[in-house]
Ligand binder design. Structure first.
Ligand code: ZN
Length: 355
């Protein structure tokens, strides 16, 4: 018994040290000779939905197109697997509010709620929060624009409207793509069959005119060349397995499912470790899950100070990242602690990466 525990500990220690430094490939951006006249952005709103998203992704993949998908947060929460399919297909994900209201009739607190619920939901599913926001119906005002920018988002409207929402035919939707010029953004929706049918013609149209489908720059809200689809900054990451951290609190304990890790069951349950920092800003990613469909929350404390909260929106493991966290340098105690448990969920932690 003792011997096998020691052996297991030795293996875990070896595994632990081999995971400490994980190189991340730098982003390479090359000019594309197929795109002499530049880039345009195709955008599809209102997903994800079971009857439509898979058809849209198949049509885009078959046409060799990448697009920005402005998701409704509530739909994303109900269909997280479809959001993961969107990312796996090479699409960029934007925020299109949580419930698709006309936000110009809301106060700023209501606006912020629509935006942050969607940010948290998409971050918990994909590991990164959107940088682009499109207001439902394109309805915006000064209050909304300031709430959008307070949340670190860029408002994206459009230059070319396919009018698919107004009953445009497949031929009319395809013809609208004729108006796209370098940098332009086109409005489309995932729930119309005519839109899906127009995708091969849109692809051919762009190719004929030396244009390519690009991403939307968060800096300008205009179409630019894709950055390779990676949002990881170049550099290295340090990974620390939760089961290697020091447990405290009444109920914190190791688990072996859905991954080898630690479960935090009640307020005050935590895991801690000490990390040396040469610099005072890092991104902290935590892979974890809730034990059920309720949102599990785990606070990040560094040197005893609250730095942010990780959210896990369901029982599928996901990576949640807190970017640009400022903290002290030298040896710092890092603690992951449950403080908002209301008895309806438990938090499962797999590992933390610092990069
Ligand atoms: Zn919409």
């Amino acid at each position: 018994m003792l011997k096998s525990t020691l052996l297991k500990g030795g293996i875990m220690l070896t595994l632990f040290s081999s995971l400490l430094a994980i190189p991340v490939s730098p982003i390479v951006q090359a000019a594309d000779a197929n795109c002499p006249n530049g880039y345009v952005a195709l955008t599809f709103d209102d997903g994800p939905s079971p009857g439509n998203t898979t058809n849209l992704l198949n049509a885009l993949k078959q046409a060799g197109l990448r697009a920005t998908l402005f998701n409704i947060g509530r739909n994303a929460q109900n269909h997280p697997a479809l959001v993961r399919d969107q990312v796996a297909a090479g699409m960029w994900i934007g925020n299109h509010s949580f419930t698709h209201p006309n936000m110009t009739s809301m106060n700023s607190a209501q606006m912020a709620s629509e935006i942050t619920q969607t940010q948290q939901t998409i971050q918990s599913i994909t590991g990164s929060a959107p940088k682009l926001f499109r207001p439902p119906y394109g309805a915006t005002n000064g209050t909304l624009r300031s709430v959008i920018s307070q949340n670190g988002l860029t408002e994206v409207l459009w230059n070319v409207d396919s009018l698919d929402w107004n009953g445009a035919s497949t031929a009319q939707i395809a013809a609208a793509a004729n108006r796209l010029q370098n940098g332009d953004v086109m409005l489309l929706h995932e729930q119309f069959q005519n839109t899906i049918r127009a995708i091969p013609q849109i692809a051919q149209n762009l190719k004929n005119r030396g244009l390519c489908a690009g991403m939307i720059s968060p800096a300008t809200g205009r179409a630019v060349a894709p950055d390779g689809g990676s949002s990881n900054p170049p550099g290295t990451a340090t990974r620390i397995e939760a089961e290697q951290m020091t447990k405290s609190g009444t109920y914190a304990s190791n688990i072996s499912s859905p991954f080898s890790g630690v479960a935090l069951y009640a307020n005050g349950d935590s895991v801690k470790f000490t990390q040396y920092f040469g610099l005072g800003t890092h991104n902290f990613s935590l892979r974890g899950a809730s034990n059920n469909a309720n949102m599990a929350r785990v606070d990040l404390r560094i040197g005893g100070q609250l730095k942010g909260t990780f959210y896990f929106g369901g029982s599928s493991p996901a990576v949640y990242t807190l970017n640009n966290v400022s903290h002290g340098t030298g040896n710092q105690e890092i603690e992951l602690i449950v403080t908002a448990d209301n008895g309806t969920w438990d938090a499962y932690l797999d590992y933390m990466e610092i990069h």
